[in-house]
Design a protein around this ligand. Structure first.
Ligand SMILES: *[C@@H]1O[C@H](CO)[C@@H](O)[C@H](O)[C@H]1NC(C)=O
Ligand SMILES: *[C@@H]1O[C@H](CO)[C@@H](O)[C@H](O)[C@H]1NC(C)=O
Length: 838
């Protein structure tokens, strides 16, 4: 997945060094074999030449000018018209999507799709259980003991219900949006807290902290009530017009009986979003009495009691307003946002979306969600159990509830055209860009990842094609002048705060699998007029992106490709990683070199050439169709694939490069584990690493059903000594010498055996495909499809029942969920596997 984060965190020292070096080191060489496949070049070459000629004429160093030119292009946005309408995120153009739970890294919060958003969020703390400061919950963390948690329902647009278990507490967070006015409408929250177990003797005292944050010059005006609570917060921003937040008095859960709450407020300038938790924590330092009528008083830690402006920094940074309400569980509290223009439109006649009105709205949304879910995925009709249906709903809801809106500037290391050069380039700032995207994991990877997103959108587009157009349009908006898109998008302070500084830099020479083409293919097949209109606009950008891949990742031979940016061959690494491929530590040639050709990349390129040719034909782009058609035909031709990648000596498709199997990590004090290369020494050959990469021609359905290679691939796939496990297909064959191997002392196996849902989904799609096409393996493919589907779905369901989470990967030995959780990115594809929708 090329997130690399897991190993980074696991091995700060080792990982940091490697990545730093990688960051400094190898921007990919633009190979001299241009003209291959024709035409995928822009005007870059011409302009570059002009610059060189000019600089020579001026007596300057041509190389220096070229370097400057390249560095500039790396951080210049592509000039093609945007795929989305101008101001597409504004409340005027897309009011329905203006507000959303677009802060996936907090347990509960909402914001606007804006470069200067208004943000809201929730923190909570159980009072008095332990001495010292109560544990303040706010951002999703792997190690804070909270969980399981996740959205039971979320429609990606207007409502959601989430459950969170926190020790003795069970929280439910719900929201409903109500359209109206010109500023994105109203919304209401309900937060309910109950004891985990019934009959608990001492009911805990809990504080909820509802906060509102503005960025920049926008103003909040609090209005204090008689009990010291805020009656409401009014405010105005240019995008939202006038608005008002109201925190309603607490009640019992599911009823209207009032409950006594104690209030505290805190108001200050905004210290920066990443510091919010710390800001509240550090002011939670005075003791107060919670004294409900007829009950004894109890002490709690609260924010300073009365409303007073605390200026904590330079002005112009915006404000933070925190309302703390403290009371005994169980209870519900509602927090209501009302837009002035929506109120005006309704002539004040409509009641606040609260109390029984909110209950009704939630109930009707749940009902509508269930009906739409069954209509879309037909799980009930297919005979899946109610439990499995609930898993499917949670998979979809978790993915939709993880959609974020980010805005900011990434750091880019330009492609200087000389691979492996040790030039100490400084990273440059990319222009500020917005990104509307789903995320792999709310706790661990709460930001955009390029190749994950293609898989995410496969599911999202079945539910709401409009959301997919929004996300794809944003991703294609990240294209630089060369046609490159960075694989990890760390935009804005909140996203940046979660990544160590040395990993912030993206390299403009490195690619990532173009999985966004998968939802594009689905759009083209489906023929929805809105999708086709979008593709028409997106086409120049899709073409530029593909052309960049073709040009920049070319391999040593015509029609071969090579991932740029493998890790350098450090003595501490068993097999230098290939983060750009997305498959991080999947074994490649043992000795990285420019002679390598990578099978998975070649297959992605074949898929891309075929799809773009079809798209060009469909859109009447005759010139591009004529340019890409021959390339597509050559890449699809099985003889050419055979020539470059069929390893007859191994009996499967493989990478090619300078390789030996005889590598091992051995202890060598004081360095620790060090790679030892034995005999036979490396030589140019096919890489003996049977696993997901070997399956790519099959996974991407590039093989003819009558291909002589399909049978052997199915044999390998179905063999439990190789790829078949009772829990899904292994990433690396159990028979491989790299199976389950650490890559360094601190770097546990990642794509070396574990079962991953994205590739299992592709395999299911391929088996389904070949099971429906006439050919010698039709019946077998169909049978394997149903067996693999039962294994994958069965195990994800079993692990979900046991832990309440979807996981990043699953053990091929015992099915156990592994890696980070919740992982509601591509693991959510379990829903499409249940629905048999490929
Ligand atoms: C393969 O790698 C070894 C060790 O780095 C090197 O000596 C050898 O020249 C390489 N062979 C080729 C063909 O690149
Ligand atoms: C595969 O071969 C069979 C029998 O020779 C033929 O009927 C079928 O059309 C072929 N399939 C394709 C896709 O060429």
């Amino acid at each position: 997945m090329a997130r690399g984060e897991r190993w980074r965190r696991a091995a700060p020292a080792d990982g940091a060094r490697t990545a730093q070096r990688a960051a400094r080191g190898g921007p990919g060489r633009r190979d001299g074999r241009d003209g291959r496949g024709g035409g995928a070049r822009g005007t870059t070459g011409g302009v570059a030449l002009a610059v060189v000629v000019l600089s020579l004429a001026l007596g300057l160093s041509g190389r220096w000018m070229l370097a400057l030119y390249r560095a500039r292009r790396a951080v210049t946005l592509h000039s093609a018209p945007p795929a989305l309408p101008p101001d597409s995120s504004s409340p005027a153009v897309t009011p329905d999507l203006f507000w959303g739970t677009y802060r996936p890294h907090v347990y509960f919060g909402m914001k606007t799709r804006s470069s200067k958003p208004l943000l809201t969020g929730l923190m909570w703390a159980q009072q008095g259980t332990t001495p010292g400061t109560p544990k303040l919950r706010h951002t999703c963390e792997q190690g804070d003991g909270v969980g399981p948690y996740g959205w039971e329902f979320h429609d990606g647009l207007s409502f959601g219900r989430q459950h969170i278990q926190d020790g003795a507490l069970r929280l439910t967070t719900e929201f409903v949006k109500r359209p109206g006015g010109q500023h994105g409408g109203d919304w209401s929250w309900r937060v309910t807290i109950e004891p985990q177990a019934s009959g608990t003797s001492a009911l805990p005292l809990v504080s909820l902290f509802f906060y509102v944050v503005t960025d920049g010059k926008e103003v909040l005006l609090p209005e204090v009530g008689t009990k010291g609570q805020l009656k409401f917060i009014s405010g105005h921003t240019s995008e939202l017009g006038d608005f008002r937040f109201t925190l309603l008095p607490p009640t019992g859960p599911g009823d209207t009986a009032p409950k006594h709450g104690s209030y505290n407020v805190f108001w200050s300038s905004n210290p920066g979003l990443p510091l919010l938790t710390e800001l509240v924590k550090s002011h939670l330092n005075s003791w107060f009495q919670h004294r409900p009528q007829g009950a004894s008083a109890e002490r709690y830690l609260g924010l300073p009691g009365s409303l007073k402006w605390e200026d904590r920094g330079p002005s112009g940074q915006g404000q933070v307003l925190v309302q703390q309400v403290t009371l005994k569980v169980p209870f519900s509290v509602e927090f209501v946002f009302e837009s002035g223009s929506a109120q005006a439109e309704r002539n004040q006649a409509l009641k606040q979306l609260a109390g029984s009105l909110l209950t009704q709205a939630l109930e009707s949304h749940v009902k509508a969600f269930r009906e739409r879910f069954e209509k879309t995925f037909k799980l009930k009709e297919k005979g899946l159990t109610p439990g499995e249906q609930a898993l499917g709903q949670a998979a979809l809801s978790g993915l939709l509830g993880g959609i974020g809106y980010f805005y900011g500037q990434g750091l880019v290391l330009p492609d200087m055209g000389v691979e492996g050069s040790e030039q100490k380039m400084d990273p440059a700032l990319f222009p500020p860009v917005p990104l509307f995207t789903a995320v792999p994991s709310r706790s661990f990877f709460p930001r955009g990842f390029l190749w994950d997103e293609g898989f995410h959108q496969l599911l999202i587009q079945r539910w709401d094609p409009g959301l997919t157009r929004e996300a794809l349009g944003h991703w294609l908006g990240l294209l630089n002048a060369d046609g490159w898109i960075g694989r990890e998008q760390i935009l804005g302070d909140e996203a940046r705060a979660r990544v160590p500084p040395e990993f912030l830099v993206q390299q403009a020479a490195h690619a990532n699998p173009p999985t966004l083409l998968l939802p594009v293919a689905h759009m083209l097949e489906g023929g929805d007029p809105a999708d086709l209109a979008f593709l028409q606009k997106a086409f120049p950008r899709l073409h530029a992106w593909f052309s960049w891949l073709h040009q920049s990742q070319g391999g040593p031979l015509p029609l071969s490709y090579r991932w740029r940016g493998r890790d350098p061959a450090l003595p501490t690494l068993l097999n230098p990683k290939t983060l750009p491929s997305g498959l991080d530590d999947y074994p490649r040639a043992s000795h990285p070199s420019a002679t390598e050709r990578h099978l998975d990349l070649r297959c992605w390129m074949a898929l891309g050439a075929r799809l773009l040719t079809r798209l060009a034909e469909h859109l009447g782009e005759a010139e591009v169709a004529a340019e890409l058609g021959p390339l597509a035909a050559s890449l699809e031709a099985e003889e050419s694939l055979d020539e470059l990648h069929w390893a007859s000596e191994l009996g499967f498709f493989a990478d090619f490069g300078n390789h030996t199997k005889a590598v091992q990590l051995k202890p060598k004090p004081p360095q620790g584990l060090v790679r030892v290369v034995g005999r036979p020494p490396p030589r140019l050959q096919h890489v003996d690493a049977l696993g997901y990469v070997s399956l790519f021609p099959f996974l991407l359905r590039l093989l003819d059903p009558n291909s002589s290679h399909l049978g052997p691939l199915l044999d390998i796939l179905a063999d439990s000594r190789h790829l078949w496990s009772p829990f899904g297909l292994r990433s690396l064959a159990a028979s491989s010498p790299f199976y389950g191997q650490h890559n360094s002392e601190h770097d546990p196996p990642y794509w070396r055996g574990a079962v991953w849902l994205n590739i299992n989904y592709l395999a299911l799609g391929a088996l389904h495909h070949y099971g429906h096409l006439e050919g010698p393996h039709q019946a077998r493919a169909a049978k394997l499809h149903s067996e693999l589907r039962a294994n994958v779905v069965g195990n994800v369901w079993q692990q979900y029942q046991a832990t309440g989470f979807l996981w990043e990967q699953y053990s091929d030995r015992d099915g156990r969920g592994m890696g980070c959780r919740p992982f509601q990115g591509w693991t959510s594809l379990v829903l499409l596997a249940m629905a048999e929708d490929y």
